[in-house]
Design a protein around this ligand. Sequence first.
Ligand SMILES: [Zn+2]
Length: 292
Amino acid sequence: MDVIKKFLIMDGSALVTVADTRALTERARKLHDLSPLATAALGRTLTVAAFMSLKFKDKAAHLSITVDGGGPIGKITVCAGYGAQVRGFVENPHVDLPLNAHGKLDVGGAVGHAGNIRCVTDLRLKEPYMGQSQLVTGEISEDFAYYFTVSEQQPSAVAAGVLVNGKGVKAAGGVFIQPLPGCDDYKLTMLEDIATNFVNVSCLIDEHGVDGIIENYFSHLGMSDTEILFPRYKCVCGKRKIDALVNSLPEKEKAEILDERGEIEVVCHFCNKVYRYGREDVEDLKAKHKKK
Ligand SMILES: [Zn+2]
């Protein structure tokens, strides 16, 4: 089962989040028939999104992320809601490239870095917040570290990784370290030092799990009580939402599609569920809507 553990270290000088996201990444892989490379790129982004959603206090809060680097994977779209529920897809799920110079999946090459991260966060407090930053490497972790620093004014060490083998996702997860107000230069240097341990975070998750990572790297640093969450892949589409969407199409457009194909078909990009509406269904929706 996927899990996220969150705690303070060094007398509240920094917030640490350690996430195991293997199951949700595997679910994304199966849903979208992702290549190993696409699995790594989407899995890393889903892991970051799960982490970002931890700040939600309102059950209706949500965020959406677009990573658009101009590479062969196309755009990566990921959404997250309250309780670390995430969902996402990539434009080219079968993207494949040779391994990079380090013998690893070339996520940076697939994503590209001639573009940006865009993120819309709706905390349900006031207007949604829109943030944007340039991509740095396309490897996702560095890109979000930069995004948090320039767009959300929260410097953060980000390490998100996915380990794929012949059977599927062997391990996935991330470690996030955020200095808080009051963190002095000495502690900052210590944090930077600790962060260098997580370059191969997916292997660490595979070998030690979340608890092993906490034990090995953080337990001696004066940890606060740990908050535990269970992230998962969950789509939020449903018949009522799609009904409303179909009903809101212009009459002319509905008539044209029905004349041409005999039905209106809507496919959810996040879970690939297909919703079909025949001529009668469309009329029913219209009648129902008018009654309200
Ligand atoms: Zn769906």
